[in-house]
Design a protein around this ligand. Structure first.
Ligand code: ASP
Length: 307
């Protein structure tokens, strides 16, 4: 029985450049991270499951408009919000995911419903939305997802005819969480609006088990953030798990190889949060910063943005 309950969360690897960050804005980001982390940790503390903990933490980040998921999701190239999410449990390695969904307030909850009640792993677009309605998920009008800041980013990206990763020039979005519960079970969840001005129908790494999200009780739980196309090609989350399982590397060693070497070699900018079955946490990134926070029973407690 593991007692080192742990949680780590992220709010995206594309942080606002240090030069444009104000103390007020930084305080808001930190508040959003702390609230989500503590909500997830509270679940673990009262003996709840890691799946519940990551769902609660990610839903809190989705509800927080500064992060690119749920409310605050970025605009695609036709001015819509198309969201992706995934959740996975490490004990059974069951997974549920949705991609290209619109109007769903909390895509992570829909992903969980897919995992537990659809008989499938990944549902897309209208089919996922229909399933969500049948499952009693909460939906909202476009206005709920609209934020002025995202609209301006999209207009800027349109003008320059480029696809952009979240906030500004080279910014990623996405939120995610990983956790180890008191039963020794790992879980991971990720949710994203994707990339600003992405092509209608584009899907990144976040909802793909093994790429942006993965959990396996034998190794670790991982949630990624970064340039999805590269994370898909590098099958990042599963690669880290494999390095641990087949080469006997520690979580930190495996993360370092994938994030600071393999990804860098193909131009894959971003990072991830990870926890292993002992409750050890790693939060590596190769971008300027990554909104991140963690907490565990051994006293680890951090809320960080830059290196
Ligand atoms: N990985 C996400 C995607 O490509 C974006 C991000 O993490 O910001 O959809």
């Amino acid at each position: 029985m593991a007692t080192n309950i742990s949680i780590a969360i992220h709010g995206g690897a594309g942080t606002i450049l240090r030069s444009s960050m104000t103390p007020e804005l930084q305080a808001q980001y930190e508040l959003g991270l702390r609230q989500a982390r503590d909500a997830g940790y509270a679940v673990l503390e009262r003996g709840g499951s890691s799946v519940d903990a990551v769902e609660v933490a990610v839903a809190a980040l989705e509800d927080f408009p500064l992060f690119n998921a749920g409310r605050g999701a970025v605009f695609n190239n036709v001015g819509k919000h198309e969201m992706d999410a995934c959740i996975m449990r490490g004990d059974t390695r069951e997974a549920g995911a949705v991609c290209g969904v619109a109007g769903v307030k909390n895509p992570v909850k829909l992903a969980r419903a897919v995992m537990e009640r659809s008989g499938h792993v990944l549902l897309s677009g209208q089919g996922a939305e229909e399933f969500g309605r049948a499952q009693g998920m909460e939906f909202a009008e476009d206005a709920y997802f609209y934020t002025q800041q995202r609209y301006e980013q999209w207009q800027q990206a349109l003008k320059e005819d480029r696809v952009q990763l979240d906030h500004s020039d080279k910014k990623f979005g996405t939120v995610g969480a990983v956790a180890l519960d008191t039963f020794g079970n790992l879980a991971a969840a990720t949710s994203t609006g994707g990339m600003t001005n992405k092509k209608f129908g584009r899907v990144g790494d976040s909802p793909v088990p093994g790429a942006g999200t993965y959990a396996n009780n034998a190794t670790c739980a991982i949630s990624c953030t970064g340039h999805g196309e590269l994370f898909l090609r590098a099958v990042v989350a599963h690669d880290i798990s494999c390095l641990m399982e087949y080469r006997g590397l520690s979580l930190q060693e495996a993360c370092d190889i994938v994030v600071h070497d393999k990804l860098v070699k193909i131009g894959g900018e971003g990072g991830l949060v990870a926890v292993d079955r002992m409750g050890q946490i790693a939060m590596p990134f190769n971008s300027e910063g990554m909104y991140r926070a963690c907490r565990s029973a051994d006293g680890t407690d951090a809320v960080l943005i830059y290196k």
